[in-house]
Design a protein around this ligand. Structure first.
Ligand SMILES: [Fe+2]
Ligand SMILES: [Fe+2]
Length: 326
């Protein structure tokens, strides 16, 4: 790890460029018996249903709206703050804020405690979830003016374009913990074509500041040809690989990196001290990262991305470790 760590603390030093700066698995909420599902709904209503209680408003969005759209290819600084697990807040060059995959504990209790603390109430313009698993879908925990839950298709606003790409959840547990067996025990088929809704996925491609950033979520290692075509060239790729190989194995993660050849890779879905606990069965991503040729161990929970510096990198692993904004 001799490379200079670029994080928020270093922003002023290198501003010219990449400004630097047990339980069962989450897979099974929808596989629960009807009584447990009903309980879940009662205890934790869907995200949009709590917006009426939120104190903030859409003034910021109105200001952005009045400014009109900007070219998403225009180079600018993009902020990325890590909230642990697969949760990121992205800030566009114009200041549009987007939260991806806020987490919560399974409200039915069937899947155990993953997070000792609640997801921090965070105000953002847009909230998105990749799929209907509790470790990704806590849209009711954030204060978002707009929610795009499991979006498929294209959304454009201000200087951001988001493409939601429908594909499928990883459905074969590559690690020791065969969480997919639990889905079968509830009488469901985890894999397509007859998978239940909670094993559907929306990957997100975010285009802003001239960058193409992908939120992989828990997607399978072998997306459809059409999904790969929609992803296209990827500059920054988040991937769910941890030491237990819960969602993707090391080989699957490496293979995706070879195939998409992103400039930057950001590990997700790993055991993160201060956010998630041992009951997740997850491990850190230390081993996977350590086996990579080029890596940075970040010293803070936030990075600033700039096209010119990102383009100089080649499969650079940027690892937040236990640094989170929670
Ligand atoms: Fe999942
Ligand atoms: Fe997950």
């Amino acid at each position: 790890m001799k490379k200079k760590i670029l994080d928020k603390k270093n922003i002023n030093l290198s501003r010219r460029g990449f400004v630097s700066g047990a339980a069962l698995s989450a897979a099974g909420l929808a596989a629960l018996p009807a009584t447990a599902q009903a309980e879940s709904v009662a205890m934790c209503p869907a995200g949009g249903m709590v917006a009426w209680k939120q104190p903030d408003n859409n003034n910021g969005l109105i200001v952005q709206q009045e400014q009109g759209p900007s070219n998403i290819q225009t180079v600018g600084t993009v902020g990325l703050d890590y909230f642990g697990h697969c949760a990121f807040r992205l800030t566009s060059p114009r200041g549009v804020t987007i939260m991806f995959d806020p987490w919560r504990n399974d409200p039915s209790g069937y899947w155990g405690v993953w997070y000792p603390k609640d997801f921090p109430k965070t105000k953002v313009d847009i909230g998105l979830s990749t799929h209907a698993h509790f470790d990704h879908d806590a849209l009711d925990k954030i204060e978002a003016t707009m929610l795009l839950d499991r979006m498929v298709g294209e959304f454009e606003f201000a200087d951001v374009k988001i493409t939601g790409i429908a594909d499928k959840h990883a459905c074969s547990a590559p690690g020791w913990y065969k969480w997919t067996d639990a889905i079968k025990e509830f009488g469901q088929s985890p894999c397509p074509p007859n998978n239940p809704h909670h094993m559907d996925m929306s990957m997100y491609l975010i285009e802003t500041g001239g960058l193409r950033i992908v939120m992989w979520g828990d997607n399978r290692h072998n997306p459809s040809k059409e999904a790969l075509k929609l992803l296209g060239k990827v500059d920054v790729l988040t991937l769910p690989v941890d030491g237990s190989q819960h969602i993707l194995s090391y080989d699957q993660g490496d293979s995706i990196v070879r195939q998409l050849n992103p400039n930057v890779v950001i590990p997700t879905h790993y055991l993160c001290e201060g956010v998630s606990i041992t009951l997740t069965t997850l491990q850190t991503a230390d081993e996977w990262v350590n086996n990579q040729k080029s890596k940075m161990l970040l010293k803070s929970s936030g990075i600033q991305l700039n096209l010119a510096e990102v383009k100089k990198m080649n499969n650079e692993f940027m690892y937040f470790g236990a640094n989170t904004a929670t």
